[in-house]
Structure formats: structure tokens, C-alpha cells
Design a protein around this ligand. Structure first.
Ligand code: GUN
Ligand code: ZN
Length: 432
């Protein structure tokens, strides 16, 4: 029989959906344990009952005084843009030309890409992010680099080669045919290996010809279990451009719909300026909206309507969108999501935010049978959060009476300093 390890601490996870059932959706075990065997969760429970349990002789890792929560899920970010975070003064289209394309061009160099990918994966883990849907660049080997880096630590990660055959610098341009073939090779090389999933990645409608979008739709529909990731309705100038380029389309989203690019596991970044018909279509097709609050604020893009999306039954996932986004931390991201929602006159609760960062994100990405909470048999990806990480946080949490208050303090005041440790499949992969 394989060895079981017990991780002791305050265990907090979603056993339901707080958007539907409020506090009943969250299980909190104060003096708790998380039992892991062979990388999988075998149980959670009350540590005071251990003396009389068959688990009492198991190896124990003592995280008491800390919160043990499911690893965070980041539904949209760009690993090659790590180095260009905090690029000043532009909105989307100028920002792409001025900062993004030059940064991404460097990834034609395999060694450069591998270094950047290794750095990026470390940064995710340091922030408690254990699953992510990640853009690479147009270069095939940039995808090898990120999958290699994720494999090293056995991380659950999805990525894909950017498809981009027009309206970009020559050195970042593929063709409809070469983009298709390269994506197909990458699917064969990586999809379903270890914990890796391929994501068909047409950058956004303006940088792909009709032919390329058609082939992206085909790759998505012909390969079981792959994602499709792209951007939609982020910025007003971008939307006007799409209307010019695709005069026949009813809307920006309609372009993607036309090419068979909506459906389960189709994940669209931003979704800020969608009308009722579009929202209805996102919902009916089971597509996913990635909410990127730090990026939407940084690039002056606009305010995503989280409540409107939830009310229409749209799958949502919270995302950093590094490097338009300004932090790797899903705590910082949830904080900004709260503020954006406040601006719209709505209030998202701490439990709903926690759900979006964990189980809700897992559901949206259809990895909820593997991760997202501590149900028996799930992969033991978790983060240990330190409520004493900063003096201000410690003082605030000392005064907290409920788990809502604790989670809210972590979200509003916390960041990567709160990560005491990150575990993948039970194994420690980051420790402070
Ligand atoms: N739209 C097309 N490409 C990008 C990108 O790299 N970042 C963001 N935020 N929006 C995009
Ligand atoms: Zn993006």
C-alpha cells in the first residue's frame, strides 16, 4: 500500500457553488488535515479525531496556523509577456505594436524561450497558481518550452502556438497552412501527455485571415479535449477594426461563431463589449469568458460585467492576463475583480471570489473532475496561505470572525507574500 501524507492546517474549499447556495458551499475545517496518497486526495477531516483513526501513524506535515486551499486557476495569460509587464502609456492596439510584438519576437530563440518559460512557471507557483491556460508565441518551439517547464514540476497546464497570419510584423507571421500544420504537430507531441493539454490559439480576429480562422475552428473541433483560446471585445478601437475587416459579421463574437470557434473549452479573454445576443450565444454554446480585471484596468479597456455573465449562465474564469495584467497573483486579481464589480454597482462576495479562483475556474475549464477542491480522488494541488504574511494582514485577520472575513482580507491585502508553500500532486514545488 502506498504511503499517505497528512497536511495539517485550516482546510478551506468549495463543496458547492456559493453563487447558488452561499456559505453552505464552503467547507472549513479549523484544526484540519488533508490526506494525500499517490498524489491524490484521499480525505479531509478534523485532526482531533486522528488518534482513533487508521491515519494516526501517517507522515505529517505541519502547516497549522495556515490555510490549506485548492491551488488557484488562471484562465488566461501570456508567458512571453512576463518581461514586458508594466509597459507604459498605451491602449491595446498601440501596446501590441509597441511592446508586445517586439517582446514576442525574441521567442524565436529556443534557449531564450526556455529560460522565460522556466521563470514563468516558478512565478505561477510562487503565487499559488497550480493550473493555467497560457499563450505562447507564434513560434512552435515556444510551446515546447512552456510544456517542458510545466512537465518538470508535473503541473496541469494548457498552452498553444499563437496563430497569426496578417497585420503583424513579418517575423511573427505564419500562414494559414503552416499555422495549422505546426499546431497539429504540437497536438501530437504534447496533448494529453502528463498533465498537459493543447490550446488552439488564434491570437484574435484581426491578425488571422478567414482561412486561418476556419482552420483554427477545424483544429478545435477535430481534436478531442483541446481548448481554443482567443480575445474578444476588449477595446473599442479593436472592435471597430473587426467590423471593418469582417463587414458581413453581426458582431465581433459572430466572427468566431461563423468559423466554428465557440463551444465547451473555447475560452475568450475580456468579453467586455458584448450585446445581449452575443452573451446569449456565449451561454448557449457553453463557451467561457475570462475576466481579466488588472489588464482591463491597466490598458484602459473597460469593465467586465461579472454579474451579467453569471446571471446568463455563462462560464467564467478569473485570469491575470500577464503581461497586459499587472500581477501574477490571483489574490491581487480577485481584489481588482471585486473593485470592478463595485464600480458597476454590484457586490461579489468573498466566497464567490474564492470559488472563481478555484472550483469555478476548474468547472469553466472542464478540469473539475481533476482539481478545484479536495473531493476524494482529486489531484492534490494546493496552496498554503499564511495569514501572518504581513503585519497589516495579521492584524486584520486577528479581528476576523468568519471565513468570509478571512478570505476577503487575504484577497484585499494579500499577494505572493502569503504563499507559504505550493504543492502539485502532493509534492512541494515552492516553499517560501
Ligand atoms: N488581443 C490580442 N492580443 C492580445 C494580447 O496579447 N493581450 C491582450 N490583452 N489583448 C490582446
Ligand atoms: Zn490576453
Amino acid at each position: 500500500m502506498s504511503e499517505t501524507t497528512l497536511f495539517l492546517g485550516t482546510v478551506v474549499h468549495c463543496i458547492g457553488d456559493p453563487w447558488d447556495t452561499g456559505a453552505a458551499a464552503i467547507q472549513v475545517i479549523d484544526n484540519g488535515y488533508l490526506a494525500v496518497s499517490n498524489g491524490l486526495v484521499t480525505a479531509v477531516g478534523d485532526a482531533s479525531t486522528l488518534q482513533t483513526s487508521e491515519l494516526c501513524d501517517c507522515k505529517q506535515i505541519d502547516y497549522r496556523g495556515n490555510y490549506i486551499v485548492p491551488g488557484f486557476i488562471d484562465g488566461h495569460l501570456h508567458y512571453p509577456q512576463t518581461e514586458m509587464m508594466a509597459s507604459f502609456g498605451s491602449q491595446l492596439l498601440e501596446w501590441l505594436e509597441k511592446y508586445t510584438f517586439p517582446a514576442e519576437a525574441k521567442f524565436s530563440d529556443q534557449a531564450y524561450a526556455q529560460n522565460a518559460a522556466n521563470f514563468f512557471v516558478k512565478e505561477l507557483l510562487r503565487n499559488g497558481t497550480t493550473s493555467a491556460l497560457v499563450y505562447a508565441t507564434v513560434h512552435e518551439q515556444s510551446v515546447d518550452a512552456i510544456f517542458n517547464a510545466a512537465s518538470e514540476v508535473n503541473m496541469r497546464l494548457a498552452s498553444g502556438k499563437v496563430m497569426m497570419d496578417r497585420h503583424c510584423p513579418e517575423n511573427l507571421r505564419d500562414t494559414a497552412a503552416s499555422g495549422y500544420e505546426s499546431s497539429q504537430r504540437l497536438i501530437e507531441r504534447w496533448h494529453g501527455k502528463n498533465r498537459l493539454t493543447y490550446a488552439v490559439t488564434p491570437r484574435f480576429a484581426p491578425t488571422s485571415t478567414d482561412e486561418q480562422l476556419k482552420l483554427a475552428g477545424q483544429l478545435f473541433n477535430d481534436n478531442e479535449g483541446v481548448y481554443l483560446q482567443s480575445h474578444v471585445a476588449e477595446n473599442k478601437a479593436e472592435i471597430a477594426w473587426v467590423a471593418e475587416l469582417f463587414p458581413w459579421s453581426r458582431s465581433y463574437l459572430d466572427v468566431y461563431d461563423h468559423f466554428g470557434m465557440l463551444g465547451e473549452r473555447a475560452v475568450y479573454g475580456h468579453c467586455i463589449y458584448l450585446d445581449d445576443t452575443d452573451l446569449q450565444r456565449l451561454s448557449s454554446s457553453n463557451s467561457v469568458a475570462a475576466f481579466c480585471p488588472t489588464s482591463n484596468l491597466f490598458l484602459g479597456s473597460g469593465l467586465f460585467d461579472l454579474m451579467g455573465a453569471r446571471e446568463r449562465g455563462i462560464n467564467t474564469v478569473l485570469a491575470t492576463d500577464v503581461g497586459g495584467g499587472t500581477s501574477f497573483s490571483m489574490l491581487r486579481t480577485a481584489d481588482e475583480a471585486y473593485k470592478v464589480t463595485q464600480l458597476a454597482g454590484n457586490t461579489v462576495t468573498p466566497l464567490q471570489l474564492f470559488y472563481e479562483m478555484t472550483m469555478g475556474g476548474a468547472k469553466a475549464l472542464t478540469i473539475d473532475h481533476q482539481v478545484g477542491n479536495f473531493s476524494q480522488g482529486k489531484e492534490a494541488d494546493f496552496v498554503v496561505l499564511d495569514p501572518k504574511a504581513t503585519a497589516v494582514l495579521e492584524q486584520r485577520i486577528d479581528l476576523a470572525n468568519t471565513i468570509e472575513e478571512v478570505l476577503f482580507a487575504l484577497i484585499v491585502l494579500g499577494d505572493d507574500r502569503c504563499t507559504r508553500a505550493t504543492h502539485l500532486m502532493g509534492e512541494v514545488v515552492y516553499t517560501r
